[in-house]
Design a protein around this ligand. Structure first.
Ligand code: PAF
Length: 282
């Protein structure tokens, strides 16, 4: 597996391969890789001739300093994992490489999809994501780029970016990979205790419960019932639960408003913020 840490080196590698007729897939990550990331690499491997994974913990997308400081990282382990799925190259730039002048976001119009849920609860987060993803797409001009649906709203924001700035890359959304107990895989899960990981199954259980009862109860009844379940478990702190249209990302009250409903949740457990979502017509 090739390793590159400068934009110039990765850019030359990608453009040379594309000139040789190779189709290139790209998986941007912040490291602390897990099976969810590896599934993106595997999908990209199937659909392309070669695959590049980037590992960069992007400072501008953390709206809380402590979250950035506590973000797990183990580059050697990540490299081993990438080798195990036959990744062709890893791009791991320094902060100075990606932000040579100032560590700041670059203005962008994110659209209404970025205003709700994660956008409302993590001010500046999507501005940071878009800033780095735009830079990464310039450094790695791939044919297709792969993102997990766990960060469903992020995926929508990135699709919006690519469309509005006419970036020539295909964005592919990939299904959430879960632990056996249903907990959505996330780098942040590493910060949970064994007990926390067990208890966190409540999140997916509640999402499934919403899906099961979606056509029987009103949206507000569904939300109230789930809020009550979390209230009964002191260790959880529910940040938001929204039932929203998966295209507009706007929450709605009346089921008839949306043909593509999805439930979205953000919960705190043991000081760790966990997000998840589920399609309600699956
Ligand atoms: O989903 C992530 O890991 C990050 O938000 C991304 C897309 C790599 C940008 O830093």
């Amino acid at each position: 597996m090739h390793s590159y840490s400068t934009i110039q080196a990765i850019y030359s590698y990608v453009t040379k391969n594309r000139e040789d007729g190779k189709r290139v897939g790209f998986v941007p990550t912040m490291g602390a890789l897990h099976k969810g990331h590896l599934s993106l690499v595997q999908r990209a491997k199937k659909e392309n001739d070669l695959v590049i994974c980037s590992i960069f913990v992007n400072p501008t997308q953390f709206n809380e300093k402590s979250d950035l400081e506590n973000y797990p990282s183990d580059f050697n382990r990540d490299k081993e994992l990438l080798l195990s799925v036959d990744c062709d190259a890893v791009f791991f730039p320094s902060v100075n490489e990606m932000y040579p002048d100032e560590i700041k976001t670059e203005g962008t119009e994110l659209g209404e999809i970025a205003v709700t849920m994660e956008g409302a609860n993590r001010p500046g987060h999507f501005e940071g994501v878009v800033t780095i993803v735009r830079k990464l797409f310039k450094a790695v001009p791939a044919d297709a780029s792969y993102f997990g649906e766990k960060d469903y709203q992020q995926l929508a924001v990135i699709k919006h970016l690519v469309k509005s700035e006419q970036i020539p890359v295909k964005i592919v959304g990939c299904p959430i990979i879960r632990e056996e107990n249903g907990l959505a895989m996330s780098s942040r899960n590493e910060r949970l205790s064994q007990m926390g990981k067990k208890k966190a199954s409540l999140i997916y259980d509640q999402l499934k419960w919403i899906r099961e009862h979606y056509f029987e109860l009103s949206v507000s009844e569904l939300i109230q019932a789930v809020e009550m379940s979390f209230d009964e478990h002191d260790e959880f702190n529910l940040e938001y639960l929204s039932i929203a249209d998966e295209n507009t990302l706007q929450p709605f009250e009346d089921r008839r408003t949306s043909n593509h409903p999805r439930a979205f949740i953000a919960v705190w457990l043991e000081g760790v913020r966990l997000i998840d979502n589920i399609g309600l017509q699956e």
